[in-house]
Design a protein around this ligand. Sequence first.
Ligand SMILES: O=C(O)CCC(=O)C(=O)O
Length: 240
Amino acid sequence: MVYDARKRPRDDADAAVGPVNKPSSRPVGVVGPANKPNSSPVAGMHVEQICSGLVVLRGLPLAAQQELLGEVASLRQAFFTADNEKTRGCRMMHLGKHFVGGKVRVETAVPTFIARLAAEASALAGAGAFDPDVAVINAYDAGARLGEHVDRQSRRGRAVPVVAFSLGDDAEFVYRRSWKKGAAERTLRLSSGDALVFWGKCRDLVHGMSRVAPGTSPPELRLEVLGGSARRVCVTCREH
Ligand SMILES: O=C(O)CCC(=O)C(=O)O
């Protein structure tokens, strides 16, 4: 069966943080050279605007999902296990420049294919130019979760987005506007081939992943190429 994430109904819980804009399907953005046909796999994705600065692009074609998974599988960088209170059942990999214990560590560069997909997703979402040189890859087992956190900002500020691609089983992405007690928590269902883009007013969203929904991955996507028992992979790109 050909998997089409665009057919999945929008979650009711997807109400926005802050002022709600109606979800909109905007025309596909042109991210290639102006006078050439746009062959990007991102170009046909469905744009779902949750609110100003928070967009989910749905339906990266399966072939591109497979290519993305293949890129992750072929990386020389190793996953490390971060099984603590915040990251249950999650293996992680850092790409590009990272800060560990206040010190800069430069890991394997973000592969061109991943950086290009993320830049194109940013353009399609309306988040503008994006040149990701940092990424975190999370491989989640069944029952895994990722605690609430805020992603480090780019040196260029809040205007520069975070772009996160989901592969494998569906996940519940939870988010809220701030750490303040009582800040309303929302949930977005993310499926394989979805890309979440957040920037501007939403750049500092408090967010995490509360649940992986077993058995919802497109069957053609073989996550076992990563070794281990990952059910979902999230590739999150940022610009330093
Ligand atoms: O798995 C997800 O959908 C979220 C990943 C995330 O928040 C992160 O890596 O910072």
